[in-house]
Design a binder for this molecule. Sequence first.
Ligand SMILES: C[S@@+](CC[C@H](N)C(=O)[O-])C[C@H]1O[C@@H](n2cnc3c(N)ncnc32)[C@H](O)[C@@H]1O
Length: 256
Amino acid sequence: MSDYQQFIANVKRKTGIDLALYKEAQMKRRLTSLYEKKGFKNFDEFFRAMNHDQALFHEFLDRMTINVSEFFRNAKRWEVLEKKIIPKLLEKNKRLKVWSAACSTGEEPYTLAIILSKFMPLSQVSVLATDIDDNAMARAKLGIYMERSLQEVPEDVKKKFFVKEGSHYKIIDDIKRTVTFKKHNLLADPFDTNFDLIVCRNVLIYFTEEAKHELYLKFNGALRPGGIFFVGSTEQIFNPAAYGFEVEDTFFYRKM
Ligand SMILES: C[S@@+](CC[C@H](N)C(=O)[O-])C[C@H]1O[C@@H](n2cnc3c(N)ncnc32)[C@H](O)[C@@H]1O
């Protein structure tokens, strides 16, 4: 077994996270540069150190999870969601069950809540937001962001849903209350069901093809018939019918 394969097995035993389901070259490169920076010679040394150094273990998690996010990331897609997808979903159900899977630091579920608030009172908006990374979700719950996370946010939305505090922006409590954060590993934990809309963006790109195939099927199973699966702007599904989806719009798939 190679040094990296042994590391994968150790990490799986320690955390339940299966690095074998992430694209190998990319993940290996990211982790190698971290252990080298820390002065270790190989994955074995790195793992041993991680075992008694909690801070190092967190750095490892941080490096493997890649938390970059942004409000209204790829704004044109969110426009399609608002103008076309949500109105259509609301024709069937007045209440929507919505999941932001791999929500990172919260920009995505809060964007969803902001958009949904244009269609219904905030008391009826509810978004489930999950991620494997506790640290990212702790930041999501704080709801404080640097200006660069808000680059794509229209001025009127900024005024209405954020409070400026020095050089930071805080999402207002009314929006915060609509989002429930929960730890969830897409590659290991069971999925809830009957969703009208699942947003899972910019995480599938890190997974192997096999892991992706399995996840498409699981996302399909988690949706109601007619429900929508919204993916990231580099994450087109090449054979949606194989997973029970049809194309609704670019990067939006409807469960058949
Ligand atoms: C690049 S961020 C994407 C954030 C947001 N969805 C967006 O598009 O802006 C990727 C997120 O996927 C999460 N992630 C990685 N592996 C995961 C897994 N197995 N289960 C759940 N989340 C995972 C990371 O912790 C990270 O927060």
